[in-house]
Design a protein around this ligand. Structure first.
Ligand SMILES: O=C(O)C(=O)Cc1ccccc1
Length: 310
């Protein structure tokens, strides 16, 4: 049996479409799971080699179930990311008219992407969340709801028809998906990489978050995601999920991580992996004084000072 990738199913999710864009998916068995949690658990137990799940969208930010799963439990690592442009279709059973639609369903992350359309076109429809957009389509097929927001491609799979296509409140809405595996050596740097970490502050003090962010800022590292998540230890207790530009093998990144390790209660490394949709030529140049060569020569200089050879 080939190694398998678990993904947020059932068949016909945007997640499946995004997963199939990865060349390595062609050589794996792709197995749908009912939730992000169950897909990631399959990786933790060794049932699957990796899991592919949504993690962020450009309309609402982080997909909190995924972030919370990565923050807690046995450590996992991100190895790849995929960006997918998303527009929704309103899928119904054949013969349903817009005026028949009293109940609609989709994944909770779809709601902020179709809210205005819903208000303008189906102001009285009752919304119920589904485990995924394709699962919503399946529930419409079963007669549980009148319509589902899902990819147009899911219609045929569930015997439905698109009543409307191209639904998107925000132009260029994109969702980011990640391939998550058990901890191992990260892939070699490509020149256009991203590093993900979770940070827990040691104590609550004025400027605490600024101190954490300063470890990146002073080394010229750009941040691409900052999302706080409750630790569960009471109101006001948060950890911070951060995506930073660069690879752990870059000197400025490894030094920033060392700085964070010294000042944080806990740092969880979630991996360094190639950025989707951008090549090494498009990455912003490093700021003066933050290249690998400059870190190495500064370290050499200190070593020479310690030796009295400067
Ligand atoms: O992959 C899907 O179809 C999902 O249900 C997750 C999702 C939700 C909203 C936008 C893109 C993906």
């Amino acid at each position: 049996m080939p190694a398998s990738y678990a993904y947020l199913g059932p068949e016909g999710t945007f997640t499946e479409v995004a997963l199939r864009t990865l060349p390595e998916a062609a050589t794996r068995e792709l197995i749908p799971y009912v939730s992000v949690q169950s897909a990631l658990d399959a990786v933790r137990t060794g049932e699957a080699e990796a899991a592919f799940v949504p993690i962020e969208n450009s309309v609402e930010g982080g997909i909190t179930t995924t972030l919370d799963e990565l923050v807690a439990g046995a450590p996992l690592m991100i190895y790849r990311e995929v960006l997918l442009s998303i527009t929704f279709a309103l899928l119904v059973r054949p013969g349903t008219a817009l005026s028949d639609v009293k109940t609609v369903t989709a994944h909770p992350a779809a709601q902020p992407q179709v809210r205005n359309w819903l208000k303008a076109n189906l102001p009285d429809a009752v919304w119920e969340s589904a485990a995924s957009n394709a699962d919503g389509a399946r529930l419409v097929q079963e007669g549980r709801y009148d319509a589902a927001f899902a990819g147009e491609f899911a219609a045929a799979r569930y015997g439905l028809v698109p009543l409307e296509t191209g639904i998107h409140d925000a132009e260029n809405a994109q969702t980011r998906f990640v391939l998550v595996g058990r901890p191992a050596r990260p892939a070699a740097p490509t020149g256009a990489d991203k590093t993900s970490v979770v940070l827990w502050q040691r104590d609550d003090h004025p400027g605490g978050l600024r101190d954490l962010l300063g470890e990146f800022a002073t080394r010229g590292i750009n941040l691409m995601l900052l999302q706080s998540r409750p630790t569960g230890a009471g109101i006001g207790n948060y950890c911070f999920c951060i995506d930073a530009e660069g690879h752990i093998s870059d000197r400025r990144m490894s030094e920033a991580l060392m700085g964070l390790k010294r000042i944080c209660l806990q740092v969880r490394y979630l991996g360094s992996y190639p950025r989707a949709g951008i090549g090494p030529d498009e990455v912003r140049p490093t700021l003066p004084g933050t290249s690998d060569e400059e870190f190495v020569s500064a370290a050499d200089w200190v070593a020479r000072c310690q030796d009295g050879r400067f």
